[in-house]
Design a binder for this molecule. Sequence first.
Ligand code: GLU
Length: 307
Amino acid sequence: MQVTGRFAPSPSGRMHLGNAASALCAWLSARAQGGRIVFRVEDIDTARCRPEYARRLQDDLAWLGLDWDEGGDAPGYRQSGRGAVYEAALARIAAQANVYPCWCSRAELHAAGAPHAADGTPVYSGRCRALTAAERAALSHRPAALRVEAPDETISFTDGHYGPQSENLARECGDFILRRSDGAWAYQLAVVADDAAMHVTEVVRGRDLLGSTARQIWLHRLLGNEPPRFFHIPLFTAPDGRRLSKRERDLDFGALRERYAAPELVGRIAGLLGIGDGSPAAPRDLVSIFSWDKIPREDVIVPPGLL
Ligand code: GLU
């Protein structure tokens, strides 16, 4: 089977080392299997994403020596230009599952004191699911989010790197949002609709998204799509344990590009992932030595010299 990987960053700031590690790993994993790789810009959050960041991302990735078989910042590969695909996916999901309007505000969701799922979002109480038709009609003048009822079903899968995982969607996640009340598409819906439409067979990304995977597998099944294989990579942290964030200027690519030549940086990122000894390398030099068993599972502490 032809492997199709993808790298799907959100252009909400300049890339940092952790993002570059995800890009490199996704690229190496696909290339090591003779596969293809797609580049997609996940800019549905228009308040945080900017076109100039998308251009910078592409430029930074090209500078590292990563190339793509498909994608870029053309509308077809930018989530902000793919509303029709998400509309169609929503209709198909709504034909299979209970999709309903939700008027709860953020404050109400938190005030409900519900337990929190692994990714920090409150497990929804189901309050708007229980509204009667008359109650819905009375609220219908206000914009509503759309939620899907999570099934009382345990989704089990094997992460290619972290091994067996399972999550009961109703208990641990709760009904989740597919479209926000301001009309913006939710990440969970967009990412699944896109991975399906782009025939992605392998998703490689940071471990912070491991907790989204069960939901995504379930949505793939509702859409009648064979879910891709998922591989998560460890998170990169600063020596004080802080997670790298696009807001930390000292870790961004602008600063790194001034200090290092591309092969030096590629070699060091790969070395932190256990691929090679850290000496300068182009991504294509690492394809033959890439292997998932070399990659650590615990968080990777970025040495102070790289900050
Ligand atoms: N766009 C997401 C991010 O940059 C990644 C989504 C994914 O890989 O599934 O965090």
